[in-house]
Design a protein around this ligand. Structure first.
Ligand code: HEC
Ligand code: HEC
Ligand code: HEC
Ligand code: HEC
Ligand code: HEC
Ligand code: HEC
Length: 440
């Protein structure tokens, strides 16, 4: 018996070392490349548009397929199929002839080995510490105002009534009944005795209302912490966190222009045609697999997908997502300027300022650790001061394609102004504090 185990262990070890020899890659870089290029269609441990890729090298080698074949497939699956490769054509048929992207020219041989090293042995995800978000609740401030105004009102009405009685007393004192006289006497005694306290109270309420008005004015448009309920319980933690789906797969607008856009349901269906039930390991406290599955079915209901017959019925009901981030109309904010041109320096600057919370995706510098949030929450206050603060401190990447061409001339001028030290050029130097750049 012991011998058998020993033999098994031995073969296991040798097969692992064989694999390790064959794929020699940088796991960390592989993870990034996998996220950027493959997660649109592949997950590690479940079938999406394409097969699950965890341990793909060893499982294919069990079928007698070597790494070289996998490299060829990833580089250019079309060419491999056209060359008449049997296996390539069989997989293609099995997956309803959905063509995988061709990566020739986009990935190098080494890149592919990095990816394979990653999917072969993905490290266990470690919990990323979510930054502490101070929830600011504006309705509290408004409550201060309402309560103090109400109290002031009551005190005022009470005093006015009493003064009215006193006036009456003066004009018609002869007709004063015994009862009224006692009442007035009690009030005057009460008033004289507690005058000090009354003034204190009024001052306190006045101060409170003033504070309330001030806090309310300062807080206009500040919605940090805002997290409304959504029509479908869509969890970024499950999508971007657990399943490592790239932000820009869904928010594809961020690269190209002003808005990031909320993905349409057809984007959801790319994956959810196949994922109709929740089978993930992660379950938020208070939720269940059944709950998640029911939420997935809501997509079908909205998009008009008949699951049984696997076809669209044509009955569509748009999903009304609650908008969370929303700048006033007079503000001009452009995602691509930050996500493409600013990407490198924003990440570098953020990581320098936050040694305990390092980011790899530019979005997180402004939106926080969205991939740890089940419900999206505003992670910053998104005020003018916030934009300006970052423009003052973040350097401009003068070497990226966008800026190199555009600012070439300006660069010469800036060099004269700031000296040769390029590292001093922050966004304010290229006009990032000019009113007209952010305001229409
Ligand atoms: C546009 C969708 C898409 C993208 C992006 C994509 N794949 Fe695929 N992949 C597929 C599909 C679909 C298949 C199944 C075969 C077919 O239909 O062509 C597949 C098959 C594979 C296979 C073969 C598995 C087998 O058992 O034969 C490997 C390996 C693979 N993909 C790796 C990758 C890697 C690595 C990336 C990223 C660099 C990637 N794929 C990106 C859709 C995609
Ligand atoms: C699978 C698709 C998908 C992926 C991947 C994804 N998102 Fe989203 N995102 C959505 C949907 C759907 C909404 C609208 C519902 C909601 O607010 O949760 C949304 C909302 C948001 C919002 C709030 C929009 C508003 O109303 O102001 C932000 C910010 C955001 N996503 C950022 C990110 C970032 C950053 C990542 C990557 C870490 C990411 N998203 C990954 C689908 C996705
Ligand atoms: C790239 C693939 C992909 C896309 C695109 C995608 N999902 Fe998912 N979704 C998944 C995966 C993977 C799971 C987890 C399934 C599991 O673990 O069994 C999931 C789970 C879910 C769940 C259950 C867990 C939760 O988040 O509450 C819901 C609901 C859901 N998706 C809604 C959506 C919606 C709405 C969209 C479009 C805005 C969308 N998904 C787009 C891959 C995707
Ligand atoms: C420099 C800060 C910054 C970065 C970086 C950034 N965003 Fe935004 N994002 C904003 C601001 C500001 C808004 C509000 C825009 C508005 O209301 O016009 C916003 C709004 C959004 C919205 C709501 C819809 C919209 O476009 O108005 C989504 C979704 C979103 N961002 C996703 C992303 C994703 C995904 C990334 C990374 C690819 C990203 N953001 C990077 C600042 C940023
Ligand atoms: C996390 C840092 C950061 C934040 C926050 C930020 N920006 Fe920027 N912004 C940058 C960087 C970096 C650039 C320079 C990009 C480049 O290389 O062109 C830039 C450039 C710009 C430009 C172009 C300036 C020019 O002269 O071409 C505008 C306009 C702008 N940002 C608007 C905004 C607005 C509006 C906000 C707030 C809603 C904001 N930004 C928040 C980092 C930031
Ligand atoms: C980097 C971008 C940026 C620049 C530069 C900028 N603003 Fe703003 N400004 C904003 C944003 C974003 C808001 C909206 C803040 C909010 O909704 O809380 C705003 C709001 C305002 C408001 C409304 C009051 C308020 O604070 O909400 C005024 C007035 C204003 N800006 C004037 C100016 C003037 C004048 C300049 C030039 C000296 C200027 N801004 C430069 C981004 C900018």
């Amino acid at each position: 018996m012991n011998k058998i185990i020993a033999v098994c262990m031995l073969t296991l070890f040798t097969s692992i070392s064989v694999i390790a020899q064959k794929v020699n890659g940088d796991v960390k870089n592989g993870e990034k490349l996998f996220k950027d290029n493959c997660t649109a269609c592949h997950a590690l441990d479940r079938k999406l548009t394409g097969p699950a890729l965890k341990g793909i090298v060893s499982s294919l080698s069990e079928e007698g397929v070597d790494v070289e074949w996998i490299r060829k497939w990833i580089m250019n699956n079309e060419a491999l199929r056209k060359s008449g490769d049997k296996r390539a054509n069989k997989t293609y048929e099995e997956y309803d002839k959905v063509a995988m992207d061709v990566f020739e020219g986009r990935l190098s041989e080494q890149n592919i080995d990095d990816i394979l090293a990653y999917v072969e042995n993905p490290p266990e995800p470690k919990e990323e510490a979510a930054p502490v978000v101070v929830q600011k609740n504006n309705s509290n401030d408004i409550n201060y105002i309402l309560v103090s105004f109400a109290c002031l009102g009551v005190i005022l009405i009470f005093t006015l009534l009493k003064i009215n009685q006193l006036v009456k007393l003066k004009t018609s004192s002869s007709e004063l009944s015994e009862l009224e006289a006692t009442r007035i006497r009690t009030f005057s005694q009460f008033y004289i005795k507690y005058k000090g306290a009354l003034y204190c109270l009024i001052t306190l309420f006045l101060a409170l209302s003033l504070y309330g008005v001030w806090a309310w004015l300062m807080g206009i448009g500040v919605d940090k912490g805002y997290e409304p309920e959504q029509p479908i319980y869509f969890s970024h933690k499950i999508h971007a966190g657990e399943n490592k789906i790239n932000c820009q797969l869904c928010h594809s607008g961020a690269k190209y222009g002003k808005v990031s856009e909320i993905p349409s349901l057809s984007v959801c269906m790319n994956c959810h045609r196949n994922i109709s039930e929740y089978t993930g390991k992660y379950i938020e406290p208070g939720k269940s697999k059944e709950f998640y599955t029911a939420e997935i079915k809501k997509i079908y209901e909205h998009v008009g997908w008949d699951e049984e017959n696997q076809k669209y019925t044509g009955n569509q009901k748009p999903v009304k997502w609650e908008r969370i981030h929303n700048m006033p109309d007079f503000v001009y904010f452009n995602h691509s300027q930050h996500v493409v041109a600013g990407e490198k320096t924003i990440i570098a600057d953020y990581n320098k300022k936050n040694p305990n919370h390092q980011i790899d995706v530019v979005c997180k510098a402004c939106h926080g650790a969205i991939d740890t949030m089940n419900v999206v929450r505003m992670a910053n206050d998104f005020t003018m001061g916030w934009c300006v603060e970052c423009h003052r401190t973040t350097e401009v990447d003068m070497n990226n394609g966008y800026n190199a061409a555009y600012f070439n001339k300006l660069h010469e001028k800036l060099k004269k102004e700031y000296g040769e030290d390029k590292s001093k050029i922050t966004v304010d130097a290229i006009g990032g504090l000019e009113c007209g750049k952010c305001h229409y």
